[in-house]
Design a protein around this ligand. Structure first.
Ligand SMILES: [Zn+2]
Length: 336
């Protein structure tokens, strides 16, 4: 048990050191939030990162002259990212070669049960801390204005998990570890099926594939890079000053290849006069797209400046497909 504690500490310490060495915290703070770029970190440490349709394994770390990390394409992006972080831990701590199956997802690095060996314990702790350090959780909660009380609700934890790029369950455990929620709250949250949470946001709409993620976007997502999958759904809840003639225009989203599947308006504050409504528009991406769109709240007949704008930046290419990691491949091709 003492040995286990030592493994957790050395894995966590390595994760903090690598954050510092790669300037990851400064970079994320400058952008006001976002995910830890785990694949970029693997490339920066000089390893070749390959994605392959592995069946039995989630990933592998292969040291030697041809330093390499292998990740399966058969799992969703949060699992690919966790696997990448685990293999990055092996790489950074100069471990022995490792072939990792799905047991890396089931092991809790912070429990004292189980019999994984020392280097696996270290890589597990490294991965958890590397992807969701306390400062990143604090930054994410602050940016979105989520309170600890709200994070006891599955809907908020799920939205936090999408911003952090960690699975719903992993996010529950990270919030517990950093004492944002209690152990009892965590136990209740991990029992909730993500599909139930998605249904809550979709108000009766049935997506073609329930594995798609459902992002609730508000003005607090202005400029933040939305990193998701090719069929993800965006539920945009925006205040609309329709009493003064201002309307949000979603044409640009349609032009960028999104299908608008729901468009609803409801009274934001029925007690007050002034015609402020909450406009809820749900859009579905239909391709592996990346880019940005600026939505505007403007008076359709007037040429004056918009009342509000919302810049949405998105990269919906996940999960990673077979082959060399795309940015690295581009770099190699340019150098050739
Ligand atoms: Zn391992």
């Amino acid at each position: 048990m003492a040995d286990n504690r030592a493994a957790i500490l050395s894995g966590a310490k390595a994760a903090h050191t690598l954050h510092r060495d790669l300037g990851i915290r400064e970079q994320i703070e400058r952008g006001g939030g976002g995910r830890v770029d785990v694949f970029g970190a693997i490339a920066k440490l000089g390893a070749t990162l390959m994605f392959q349709p592995l069946d039995k394994l989630l990933g592998a770390y292969l040291p030697g002259e041809e330093l390499g990390v292998l990740i399966t394409t058969k799992r969703p992006l949060p699992v690919q990212r966790f696997t990448g972080a685990h293999e990055l831990g092996h790489l950074y701590m100069s471990h022995q070669p490792s072939l990792d199956d799905a047991s890396i997802l089931r092991r809790s690095p912070f429990s004292t049960a189980g019999r994984a060996d020392r280097q696996e314990r270290e890589a597990d702790a490294f991965a958890s801390i590397f992807l969701s350090p306390a400062w990143l959780i604090a930054l994410t909660l602050q940016r979105h204005g989520w309170s600890a009380r709200q994070l006891a609700e599955p809907e908020f934890v799920y939205q936090a998990s999408l911003r952090l790029g960690t699975s719903y369950r992993a996010t529950c455990y990270a919030l517990e570890r950093h004492k944002v929620i209690s152990s009892a709250q965590c136990a209740r949250l991990v029992d909730v099926e993500p599909k139930t949470i998605k249904q809550h946001f979709l108000a009766g709409y049935e997506p073609p594939d329930w594995r798609s993620d459902v992002w609730l976007l508000t003005q607090r997502d202005e400029g933040l890079l939305i990193e998701g999958g090719r069929n993800d759904l965006f539920v945009m809840k925006l205040r609309e000053n329709s009493g003064a003639g201002y309307l949000w225009n979603f044409d640009q989203l349609r032009d960028a290849g999104f299908a608008l599947v729901i468009d609803d308006r409801e009274d934001a504050s029925p007690d007050t006069i002034g015609g402020v409504l909450t406009r809820t528009v749900t859009a579905r991406s239909e391709d592996r797209v990346e880019g940005e769109v600026t939505l505007q709240e403007a008076r359709p007949w007037a040429a004056d400046t918009p009342l509000h704008q919302l810049l949405l930046r998105y990269d919906l290419r996940g999960p990673e497909s077979p082959g060399m990691w795309e940015p690295e491949l581009k770099r190699v091709l340019q150098a050739a």
